[in-house]
Design a protein. Structure first.
Length: 338
């Protein structure tokens, strides 16, 4: 019997009667991170990293039954050992290491290898079987160093300031928004945030995590206060009456999909910045190599292409369907899944 199985409810450890990121309600759910496609409502019990816990409670309700633990802390259930390791995806994101009688599986959730200076950096785990996403599992997806990306964003903001325009930059409310807030030069001007983002910021700050200063956008502030400022908003704010009140403005988006021209054209963006909280092609391959695993299970993303590539490299691979969502500019940011 495989240590982890893919069922209609999610990734299941039968020996422990535990699910990892289930997409249907179960009795016991181990959660890799707080994005809505991995942390869903209706489970009787949740276990997460301690930095994910308050965010999950905010989204699913303060009355849910949830406990948390630190990275490398172990919890043994019916002889099966479970522990969290940093995934580098967003704040509190974790890979789940599962061990039983010397056999080790790792469910990585979503991850990236570049240290963004905010989320705990990805740590590879030696294992027999590695479950990996492949959101950007094509060779075309190669990320440039994030410092270069932020330099470009800063230059764009300064240019808009000189033209007396508002700069609107979109990114998901949990993860991408905080990465932008930490990476952009705050000395350029004032940084405002959409309400959905500022609420998440408040939760994060209340946990004692340092986050650069931001100001909530509200209707009481005079329109002139926004001139030359930067406003960070979720993608769902594009094209709304909320956005229009900041005219004149330019709009940009930070996403891995900005590597392609199509998404930028469809959303009528002025600028697109290639910045993803998922691993690129080289990152996926490097992560898999570092695990020294005997088998890879490929889930959401370019599964067919990526699994064929791994097979051609002599790595045993299988594809499994999940209900997880890939990062996407077309996503409505409902509960900010990325």
């Amino acid at each position: 019997m495989a240590l982890l199985q893919f069922t209609e409810k999610g990734i299941f450890c039968e020996r422990a009667n535990v699910y990892i990121d289930p997409w249907k309600p179960v009795d016991y759910a181990i959660i890799t991170h707080a994005h809505a496609d991995h942390s869903r409502w209706g489970n009787k019990f949740y276990l997460s990293h301690h930095l994910s816990k308050p965010i999950i409670q905010h989204r699913l309700g303060s009355d849910i039954h949830i406990e948390s633990m630190e990275y490398l802390e172990k919890r043994t259930i019916h002889g099966v050992s479970f522990s969290f390791y940093p995934a580098g995806h967003i704040i509190g994101s974790a890979q789940v290491r599962v061990e039983y009688k010397g056999e080790v599986w790792v469910a990585s959730g979503d991850y990236k290898l570049e240290d963004d200076g905010f989320a705990s950096p990805f740590e590879p785990i030696k294992c027999n079987t590695f479950i990996t996403e492949c959101t950007f599992g094509l060779p075309v997806f190669q990320w440039q160093n994030q410092k270069e990306v932020f330099d470009d964003i800063n230059k764009w903001w300064k240019k808009n300031q000189e033209e007396d325009k508002v700069t609107i930059l979109t990114g998901y409310s949990l993860g991408k928004a905080q990465r932008l807030i930490q990476g952009i030069d705050p000395s350029i001007g004032k940084i405002f945030t959409h309400g959905a983002i500022e609420k998440t910021n408040e939760i994060i700050r209340n946990m004692g995590v340092k986050l650069n200063q931001t100001t909530y956008v509200n209707s009481e502030i005079n329109k002139s206060a926004y001139r030359g400022a930067l406003i960070i908003a979720p993608p769902s704010a594009l094209g709304t009456s909320w956005q229009k009140k900041f005219q004149p403005f330019e709009v940009g988006n930070a996403s891995g999909w900005m590597k392609l021209r199509g998404p930028r054209r469809r959303r009528s963006l002025d600028r697109g910045f290639v910045l993803s909280d998922h691993a690129d092609w080289d990152g996926l391959n490097a992560a898999i190599k570092a695990t020294a695993c005997e088998k890879v299970i490929v889930t959401h993303g370019y599964t067919n292409i990526f699994s064929k590539w791994l097979n051609d490299q002599g790595i045993e691979t299988q594809i499994e369907a999940t209900a997880f969502e890939a990062e996407g500019i077309e996503n409505t940011d409902k509960n900010n899944a990325e």
